[in-house]
Design a protein around this ligand. Sequence first.
Ligand SMILES: NC(=O)c1ccc[n+]([C@@H]2O[C@H](COP(=O)([O-])OP(=O)(O)OC[C@H]3O[C@@H](n4cnc5c(N)ncnc54)[C@H](O)[C@@H]3O)[C@@H](O)[C@H]2O)c1
Length: 442
Amino acid sequence: MADRYLEFASSGLGGWVVEALGLPKPAPLLRRAEADAGPALPLLLGPSADGRMADVVGRVTAASGVAVHAEWTPDVRYGALVYDASDCLSVAATQGLYRFFHQAIRSVAEHGRIVVVGAPPQTARTAEGEAIQRGLEGFVRSLAKEARRSIAVQLLYVAPGREDAAQSTLAFLLSPRSAYVSGQVIRVEAAGVAADPSLGHAGRHVLVTGAARGIGEAIVRLFAAEGARVTALDVPSAHDELQALAREIGADPLALDITAPEAAGVLLQTARARGGFDVVVHNAGITRDRTLGRMDAREWDSVMAVNLGAPLALTRVLLEAGLVRRNGRIVAVSSLSGVAGNMGQTNYALSKAGWIGAVDRLARDGLTHGITVNAVAPGFIETRMTAAIPFAVREAGRRMNSMGQGGSPVDVAETIAWLAHPASGGVNGQVVRVCGQSLLGA
Ligand SMILES: NC(=O)c1ccc[n+]([C@@H]2O[C@H](COP(=O)([O-])OP(=O)(O)OC[C@H]3O[C@@H](n4cnc5c(N)ncnc54)[C@H](O)[C@@H]3O)[C@@H](O)[C@H]2O)c1
């Protein structure tokens, strides 16, 4: 659904009116499809050019043709700032962080990217060091709120010695693919299976549930465009949409209700026929919103079954049968409702928060063969689901985030594609919000 306010504020006259009235003026996000193919702006790397992230930053920028500057220069517009704060372990040392950003923050161009790198707080040797490393979260989340102009700001904790495993994540965070991800804290730890970051999804076997429309459709389109062999699953009643989509993008359609008694058997058979899946995306989801006192048992049960029960059971069946391949990825679509709770969504929020527990548990179980399990938690995404929300609530949902606008299904798809990347094995058991730093549950 068109965001009329964003269109108005971005027009010549509209922009003038909005500014004159002192209203917020969101900058339309620049995604991969719209990103300028022209020369990229330089990246400023601090506090020094030869810290532990220098090699990884060098490889990421070389791949995208971006120059790396080690010294801030007035009048230069930077496309990105990367600051390695891993050695910032005392209150006195935070002055370096302050000085760098105090100087450079206003030199970041619209749609720019900022990444602060830290070391996992528990690896610090002193209480003061741990406090400062943990404190980086507050710094980054505040900076993300101040940055505006569609600038995204993240904290990346990289375990000592795991710098190479951070490459696919840094590449994602510095790219237009992360347009609607901001204020996030991402940890990179040991990657179970080392993989070449220059590889992509080509030839990987990907299963996406709820694939016929909305976010699921964006996910299958993205993986198919990157050369993956995609199995697009949706309910039999979505047969026509699913067939048309599968034909258009060259995916394999699978008409199946994931809650049906035969679901596990059909999925096992399909997975065997494909030689297993490299990537499983649990995207199918439903809402049956009503305040708890008025909610009937069917509304409760159906949401619990589709959003949590069935995907958990199918995950177990695929893992037990060894049909998630080596270096495989399982990604679930959770929701901001699961993080913050939402009026009329006790059933939905339980099912979505359930995935936060599930990825935590599955990652702690230490799945073998380098398989990782993560979740994304979308905020307000422009789909049929959100178009049905009453006007005032919809407007509030759109604006109550640091980007001042709703996200697009492709923002969720891009985030899933990064987590599912063969070289993203160092990211495991995490929930990444795709919400433009929503104020809800912040
Ligand atoms: N749109 C948002 O703003 C938003 C925000 C947070 C989370 N999410 C989550 O993202 C996912 C996709 O949402 P969407 O907005 O694209 O919704 P949607 O309703 O447009 O699409 C959901 C798809 O899942 C399919 N599905 C439903 N039940 C199924 C079943 N039993 N078996 C197989 N497929 C089934 C539907 O047929 C549909 O094609 C959902 O899990 C949703 O909860 C969406």
